[in-house]
Design a protein around this ligand. Structure first.
Ligand code: GLY
Length: 380
């Protein structure tokens, strides 16, 4: 079943490249991607899929396409186009770092290092965090962090390893510690966002942007927490990060509906027509696989997490994937972007497609995605 799903993903990715050239898929509500420029926070996932396909097939077509994409990311960084936000890791890890990991591209490595410098522009030393959105001092967003950023800080850990510059690592650790303390709640759920006083760093309150309400648990945020804290553990060896990832994972698993694919928010009333977020389940699965990679045989929870991976992935492949629909552009149906805002409430999400394929490859081979360099794995 997994092999069939991977083959289908590779075939559709090839078809998309053949049809849409070097354009990038954007969020839509029509079950068709809107193909356009490199100007959103999501392009890296598509380039990452291309690298995954190259690693799986060894077909130079994918490698050449992945390398061609680098020019677009370089031009965007030079122009600083639509980059006044923290999603620099989402953009530059599965594109630039991937090119370096997979093909040894020096252009990719330098681009990833330059992107890390750009992400450091979000660092607010007075508050001790990376500001998520908008310019410094912005009245609403100047003191705001969001859980998603846990997936962006691997770029800083990696830049520290490459350069030896402690500033990257210190910012990443400080941000992770703040996220752990203020975004994680006592019942193992998460706030999507948290507000601090931008000058003093004094904590003010939790809130949401894409969730059901300020105190709810936005499903994708919970998934970012699982994977993000597990990656912080990988880079730092700091045990509380692994414990935090496990806590977030327990909450996620315990609140799944019968088919083991999450609704868009854990607090939204589940009734006929309530949108799912298949992308969150794909991300959480990759996070579980990352946690599992750090657990010893005999660890009580290892089997529980493996069962959750198996259950969710079976459900995604059987009931959410577009296997058997050869003309579809997306891989995973019933993702959601921003339900309350009416944006992509039930559609393909390119990050859902990416993490679904990453999960399939993590389960069946030694291709773990592009959030860290693999030499680290071999060195252990
Ligand atoms: N990082 C934005 C989102 O997950 O929708």
């Amino acid at each position: 079943m997994w092999q069939q799903a991977i083959e289908d993903a590779v075939r559709k990715t090839r078809q998309n490249i053949e049809q849409f050239g070097l354009r990038f898929p954007h969020i839509t509500t029509e079950n068709r991607y809107d193909w356009g420029e490199n100007n959103d926070w999501i392009e890296g996932f598509y380039t990452g899929m291309i690298w995954l396909c190259y690693e799986y097939t060894g077909d130079a077509f994918f490698k050449e396409t992945g390398l061609k994409h680098l020019d677009s990311y370089r031009e965007r960084l030079s122009a600083k186009r639509e980059l006044d936000h923290h999603d620099i890791g989402f953009l530059y890890l599965p594109s630039a770092l991937a090119a370096w990991i997979v093909s040894g591209s020096d252009k990719g490595r330098q681009l990833a290092l330059d992107a890390a410098d750009h992400l450091m522009m979000r660092w607010r030393p007075d508050g001790g965090f990376l500001q998520a959105w908008g310019p410094a001092g912005h009245p609403e967003n100047g003191g705001r962090i969001i859980i998603d950023c846990m997936m962006n800080i691997p770029l800083l850990y990696w830049a520290y390893e490459q350069s030896g510059n402690e500033a990257y690592r210190e910012a990443a650790i400080c941000h992770a510690d703040k996220s752990r303390r203020y975004l994680m709640r006592g019942d193992d759920s998460t706030y999507h966002t948290f507000y601090f006083d931008p000058e003093s760093g004094k904590p003010i309150r939790g809130g949401t942007h894409q969730g059901f309400h300020d105190g709810s648990t936005w499903t994708r945020g919970q998934a970012w927490a699982i994977y993000g804290f597990a990656l912080s553990y990988r880079y730092t060896g700091n045990k509380p990060y692994l414990e935090t990832a496990k806590r977030a994972a327990r909450f996620f698993i315990a609140h799944l509906p019968e088919d083991e694919v999450a609704y868009w928010d854990f607090d939204v009333p589940a009734q006929p027509g309530t949108p799912r977020d298949s992308s969150a389940s794909a991300i959480a699965t990759c996070g579980l696989l990352e946690i599992i990679s750090h657990l010893r045989e005999g660890d009580d929870e290892k089997q529980t997490f493996k069962n959750a991976v198996e259950g969710t992935m079976s459900s995604l492949v059987k009931h959410y994937a577009t296997i058997g629909k050869p003309d579809e552009e997306g891989l995973l149906q019933h993702g959601s972007y921003y339900v309350r805002g009416g944006l992509g409430p039930d559609d393909y999400m390119i990050w859902g497609d990416y993490y679904y394929l990453e999960a399939l490859l993590r389960m069946t081979s030694n291709i773990p995605g592009y959030w860290y360099e693999r030499v680290r794995e071999q060195a252990r």
